[in-house]
Design a protein around this ligand. Structure first.
Ligand code: AMP
Length: 420
């Protein structure tokens, strides 16, 4: 496996993603997806809001839905036909789901790929598992992205403090150190601004062990810090033969959680084309069956991919109201052998997430806002920072719509609560 972006990019001329395929894949990503008749059952591993919205799309197309999730009456199970209550990595439970379904899909990337491979002979898994393996590991992911000829931050793999001191000389300050596996929402990440920050790494919970054995150092990736204008994303879908992208959207995060998405992103035609092209290149590289979102940085030099999510994505929820085919329909069509088409943006839109701390105020203010399309995921426990729903507003002026939403005061950070 290449251990740096330069090594990865020098392989770009080789067959796309051949390395990931040949070394790891047991079940291939589909090259075409057979037509699934109404009444057939789709099994979804994971029963959160993404599974719920996938299930809603699948239901109106006439499919039956089975959910595998450890929480009884989880968001997806509320709209599905049956649930297997078990941990996501329970192989016996995955087998049961496979036996009761015609097609399996997943709503998150940390599914046990081997467990899915184990049932590949009893159920269709159009997305395959190599896309999971490639996105579960940041080094494999960046290697794949670069092999498609798509730009990422400069990166190096790092497995020890010695290597970190060496590689930071190549990458330069500022840089970002991330564990290659298992990090999420900014966890397992450290920005290195000066050589003094190396000491912070040495004593951190994730990488350090207060000067003890270096064995603890998890395989990590060191990335150059990207000086971006704003963050964005592009969602692409396909059935292994045809691929289409939704428009580039602008994302704003708070505390590493998506806060708002504005669609479309205000960018030049050239950047919009670049986004579509890179999304299609990635989809072709994966022989994508299903949906993938590329999270991006928009810089003065163009687009840089940060990471990929092999599933419907929070930043494309706006498509439910704003497009003539939404990302969940696109996902289900893509894995059910239904014809695909280029999605059309019918109206610019803004999406804002509703977290646990916003629920009460959203409920109280909803009667005043006929322009809000309020989505509630059916979760009972409104925990701090837990995604409970979202609101989409169709508007000719996304910037003003974001301002109006912020002016409600609902999304103001309250320090007493933020400390929880
Ligand atoms: P990630 O876990 O990779 O999604 O990163 C979480 C957030 O950290 C991103 O949304 C960015 O705001 C920031 N970030 C991650 N990597 C970089 C980078 N190489 N340069 C600048 N900012 C970054």
């Amino acid at each position: 496996m290449p251990t740096s972006s330069e090594a990865a990019q020098s392989q770009a001329a080789q067959a796309q993603s051949s390395q990931i395929k040949s070394s790891q894949a047991k079940s291939e990503t589909a090259s075409s997806v057979p037509y699934l008749k109404p009444g057939a059952a789709i099994g979804i591993v994971g029963g959160g809001q993404l599974g719920r919205m996938m299930a809603l799309s699948a239901k109106y197309m006439g499919f039956r839905i089975g959910i595998l999730d450890p929480t009884e009456d989880c968001p997806a199970a509320q709209v599905g036909d049956f649930q297997i209550v078990s941990d996501y990595d329970d192989r016996e439970a995955i087998k049961q789901l496979a036996e009761r379904c015609d097609v399996l899909t997943y709503e998150f990337e940390n599914v046990d790929a081997d467990a899915l491979d184990n049932v590949a002979d009893i159920v269709a898994i159009p997305q395959g598992t190599e896309i999971l393996r490639a996105t579960q590991d940041r080094i494999a992911e960046k290697t794949f992205i670069n092999s498609c000829g798509v730009k990422t931050a400069r990166w190096e793999s790092v497995e020890s403090f010695e290597e970190l001191s060496e590689k930071i000389e190549k990458i330069g300050y500022p840089a970002v150190l991330k564990t290659s596996r298992g990090g999420y929402d900014g966890h397992g990440q450290q920005v290195l601004k000066t050589p003094e920050d190396l000491e912070t790494v040495r004593t951190s919970d994730v990488w350090g062990n207060a000067g003890q054995s270096e064995k603890k150092f998890p395989v990590s990736i060191l990335e150059g810090f990207v000086d971006f204008k704003f963050e964005a994303s592009v969602t692409v879908f396909g059935d292994g033969e045809e691929y289409f992208a939704f428009p580039l959207v602008k994302n704003v995060h708070k505390n590493n959680i998506l806060h708002t998405t504005s669609a479309p992103a205000e960018v030049s035609d050239e950047i919009a084309r670049q986004a579509e092209n890179l999304a299609l290149k990635l989809a072709q590289g994966f022989k994508l069956a299903g949906t993938v979102t590329a999270e991006l940085f928009v810089t003065s030099d163009g687009l840089v991919v940060n990471e990929l999510a092999p599933r419907p994505h929070n930043s494309a929820h706006y498509t439910i109201e704003a497009c003539d085919m939404d990302q969940f329909d696109a996902h289900i069509r893509s894995i059910a052998g239904r014809p695909l088409r280029r999605p059309k943006l019918l109206s610019p839109a803004v999406m804002i997430n509703v977290l646990g701390q916003h629920c009460e105020a959203v409920c109280a203010q909803t009667p005043e806002h006929p322009e809000w399309n309020v989505h509630d995921y059916g979760k009972t426990d409104a925990k701090y920072n837990r995604k409970m729903g979202h609101i989409t507003v169709l508007t000719e002026n996304p910037a003003r719509a974001v301002r109006d939403l912020e002016l409600t005061g609902i999304w103001e950070e309250r320090e007493d609560k933020a400390a929880n």
